[in-house]
Design a protein around this ligand. Structure first.
Ligand code: HQG
Length: 182
C-alpha cells in the first residue's frame, strides 16, 4: 500500500470507529470495540474492500497510532477522538503536573469564559508535550498553546485517563487551571 491509500483507509476507519459506526450498520461494543471480521465484511459490503493485511498495515503505520487491536487481535477500536459518548474503560491515571492543549487564538475569549470543553468529541484532548499541542492547535488556525495545571486539577478531584496512543483525556478544564504557555 502506498501512503495515499493508507490515508484513505485511515480516514474511512476514523469515520466509522469514531463518528458513525451506524453508517456501516455496526454498533460499538463496550470499550468502543468492533470485531475485525464484522468491520471488514461491512466495508466490503460498502464497496470499500480492505484486507486484513491492509488493515494491519494501517494500524501499524499510522503515525498517531489512532487505532488499536485488543490483545487477541480480533477486536479493533479508535484509541480516542470519538464524537459520541463512549466508555473506553480506561483506568484513571495520575497526570503529569503540567499538560498542554493547542488551540487557535480566535477561540481564546470563549475558552477564558467557559474553560476547555469537549466540543464535538467525548473528552478534552491534552498533550504531554508542548510541541504536539502546537501541531494540534495549528489545525485550527493561528496556534496558541495553553498550559493545563493537571496536577492541581487531579488534587481537586478531576479524573484523567491516558489513551492507548498517549493522548490525555479529561471531561472539561475550568479556566482557572489554564495559562498561556509562552
Ligand atoms: C476548542 C487530533 C471555544 C479546542 C489531534 C479545539 C488531537 C473551545 C476545538 C485530537 C472551547 C475542538 C483532538 C471553548 C475547546 N470555546 N473553543 N470553550 N473548548 N475549544 O478537533 O483538541 O488527527 O475536537 O481548543 O491530534 O483540537 O483526529 O479537538 O481547538 O489529539 O487523530 O475547540 O484530534 O487527532 O477541536 O484535537 P477538536 P482538538 P486526530
Amino acid at each position: 500500500m502506498n501512503e495515499k491509500h493508507r490515508t484513505r483507509v485511515s480516514k474511512r476507519l476514523s469515520r466509522h470507529l469514531r463518528h458513525d459506526p451506524g453508517g456501516l450498520g455496526l454498533t460499538l461494543a463496550p470499550g468502543g470495540w468492533i470485531p475485525v471480521d464484522d468491520l471488514l465484511a461491512a466495508l466490503a459490503r460498502n464497496r470499500f474492500p480492505v484486507s486484513r493485511a491492509e488493515l494491519d498495515e494501517v494500524v501499524a503505520k499510522c503515525a498517531k497510532q489512532r487505532f488499536a487491536y485488543d490483545e487477541t487481535g480480533t477486536l479493533i477500536r479508535a484509541s480516542q477522538g470519538h464524537s459520541f459518548r463512549v466508555d473506553l474503560e480506561l483506568p484513571d491515571s495520575p497526570p503529569p503536573e503540567i499538560l498542554f492543549h493547542g488551540t487557535a487564538t480566535r477561540f481564546l475569549p470563549s475558552i477564558w469564559a467557559e474553560g476547555l470543553r469537549p466540543m464535538k468529541r467525548h473528552a478534552v484532548h491534552l498533550s504531554a508535550t508542548r510541541e504536539t499541542a502546537w501541531k494540534v492547535g495549528s489545525r485550527h488556525g493561528k496556534p496558541v498553546v495553553l498550559a493545563v495545571a493537571a496536577g492541581e486539577m487531579a488534587a481537586r478531584g478531576h479524573a484523567f485517563q491516558v489513551s492507548d496512543n498517549g493522548v490525555w483525556l479529561t471531561s472539561a478544564v475550568p479556566a482557572e487551571f489554564l495559562t498561556v504557555s509562552e
